[in-house]
Design a protein around this ligand. Sequence first.
Ligand SMILES: O=C(O)CCC(=O)C(=O)O
Length: 284
Amino acid sequence: MKLLTQDQVEQYRRDGFVPKVRVMSVEQANEARALLEDYERRSGGPLRGNLRHKAHLLFPFLSEIVRGSRLLDAIEDLYGPDLLCWNTNFFIKEARNPAFVSWHQDATYWGLSSPDVVTAWIALTPSTMENGAMGVIPGSHLQKQLPHRDTFDQNNLLTRGQEVAVEVEPSKAVYFTLEPGEASLHHVLLVHGSPPNPSGDRRIGFAIRYIPTSVRQLHGEESATLVRGTDRYNYFGHEPAPQAEMEPRMVALHKEIAERNAKILYRGTNIHSYDDPAAKGAYR
Ligand SMILES: O=C(O)CCC(=O)C(=O)O
């Protein structure tokens, strides 16, 4: 075991999550928030559309976070030494804002060949009961894939506003309270969601999706970032690391990659891109 305890690994297998692991110092997380907000100020506002996805291809500070050795030690304890970062997504809830995340399983539209997929949700601000912390239904990952319905709710942070189409008992939920630099880890089939943020400050989560290299995309060509070990399968094209913020070659590559990924996530709808006006989610 490299970072997690045996109990934490057992909890992940049994309950579908590890509620808290420190993966960065508070100072490093505060610095990451400052860099994000500095960019937002210079570019005229909160990250929108495509830029909320795979931003680790555009910003060196995020590229370093996805490759963080403490974080990867925890992921290796769950899925072995050969690891890809398949995706990253910012979940930013602005202060006093109705944006929320409906109860859902991540696996529903991701198109991956196996449920060996874990999210490290890193807090770049405190995440608390007051500002819309994420809640999960323990053990729900053992039910396999559940049916979902798309709502395209304006205030839903998910791409299709998808929600699980079976009764969820909110009283069973466990909420993750995190300080900056702490992460929760959750399984791709775990039912989870989060309420709005009525507080006076933003709640920022950076969600990193990791897979072992043996996992494939079933619905088209995709790329991923090799973050540890060797890729003996080569199911995904390998993504380069950015050397500077918004390098033109990376901006072009990121656009292509995000559009390909959006086509997979929005398959079966008329939407083809995160920036499509018909994608009504709060990501826009
Ligand atoms: O940020 C949230 O509250 C929800 C995040 C989420 O749904 C995810 O990371 O899969």
